[in-house]
Write a protein that binds this ligand. Structure first.
Ligand SMILES: [Zn+2]
Length: 371
């Protein structure tokens, strides 16, 4: 199995098209055409992690955080980032980072936290905009059903719990081919008015190339008339943070104890207790101060995140309980999530590459210690 095939699988879990603009995801180091000897899954890529990959005969590191974030102008080993990259290249080890592509996935980092807290009725806290597109095309009426089916087969027309969604209207299409044309109906220089069906379907933006390719393959015309639009609608399945409900509402102190136990943390930094029952819980793994307003707006009783600053706690304004469980702690189960996903995929698609070849890193990469 090649690295590119593993990347294709990771793209199914968390398409890079949904990573944040500031991020640096994807294959950061290495050759996508190389054969995979084994995969090491980690939260961060440090020198000790590259050593662990070497020791466990893994030539692909799948990391949550990207080791190269803001660009490299020199690779001389002067800082830890350069040393990691140097060591990886010298040892022919590739590094893939998934980061905010997985943060924004419905089955990603925050779903992992919701699982630990057993939250039901989950929704994305800040749904992404500009990720739903619409295709409008025009096809001879007798071809309309087959074309719609071809588009559905590659993922167009899915809305929430429904698929095969489309809208069609019948009308008259006109055209006249020039000297170099080769029309399927009529002849060059002939004005044609034909019975055509206008089809519209929506699709998620990461499928655009396969959908346009399928459109051209399934359509009989030499020139296919179509329009692709980006919709303003928010995507309820892609975005930052998640909100869900506890099965049994809890008093704040009980909830904080539950949170510590379920997320395996020793300390929770939190804003003033409000003496309110906790039912709705918003979560955002990693640095989440930007989502405090969204958590309040969604009616969350508590917002669990990390990297909150002194003044951020004031913004709770007695409207919400803010709970900072630590950056590493909030994302610590992400490597298990990736490990489980890759193990299943590898055993399905490449039984020759045994389950044992997806290795969960044993190293705690948290740079923060508590005394
Ligand atoms: Zn993070």
């Amino acid at each position: 199995m090649k690295i590119s095939e593993i990347i294709n699988e990771l793209e199914l879990l968390a398409p890079q098209a949904y990573a944040e603009g500031f991020d640096n995801t994807g294959l950061l180091v290495g050759d996508a055409n190389a054969e995979v000897s084994g995969i090491l899954v980690t939260l961060d890529t440090l020198e000790t992690i590259v050593d662990e990959a070497i020791a466990s005969d893994c030539n692909l590191i799948v990391s949550f955080h990207p080791i190269i974030f803001s660009g490299l102008k020199k690779i001389t080993g002067k800082n830890y980032v350069e040393r990691v990259v140097l060591k990886a290249i010298k040892n022919d080890i590739a590094i893939y980072a998934i980061h905010t592509a997985l943060d924004n996935s419905f089955n990603g980092v925050n779903a992992g936290i919701c699982d630990r807290l057993q939250l039901s009725n989950r929704k994305i806290l800040i749904p992404q905009k500009g990720t739903i597109k619409k295709l409008i095309t025009y096809v001879p009426t007798e071809e309309a059903t087959a074309l719609k089916q071809a588009l559905f087969n590659v993922g167009a027309g899915s809305i929430g719990n429904y698929d095969n969604c489309s809208f069609s209207t019948n009308g008259t299409g006109t055209y006249k081919g020039n000297e170099n044309s080769n029309p399927v109906v009529g002849a060059k220089h002939e004005f044609i008015a034909a019975d055509e069906t206008q089809i519209s379907v929506t699709f998620p933006k990461h499928l655009e190339s396969i959908i346009i390719k399928t459109l051209h393959e399934a359509h009989s015309y030499e020139e296919v008339a179509y329009e692709v639009l980006t919709l303003e609608n928010t995507n309820q399945h892609i975005g930052m943070g998640m909100i869900g409900a506890l099965k049994n509402p809890m008093e704040e102190a009980d909830f904080l104890n539950y949170l510590k136990k379920q997320m395996n943390v020793a300390v929770v930094r939190h804003s003033s207790l409000r003496n309110k029952t906790i039912k709705k819980v918003a979560v955002l793994g990693g640095s989440g101060s930007f989502a405090i307003a969204a958590a309040k707006g969604a009616g969350a009783d508590v917002f669990i995140t990390a990297d909150l600053k002194y003044h951020d706690f004031y913004t709770a304004e007695s409207e919400i309980l803010l709970a900072d469980i630590g950056h590493y702690e909030s994302e610590q189960f992400t490597k298990e999530l990736l490990h489980t996903f890759l193990s299943k995929k590898i055993s399905n698609f490449a039984p020759a590459l045994s389950r044992g070849k997806v290795v969960l890193s044993k190293i705690n990469t948290n740079p923060i210690s508590y005394f």
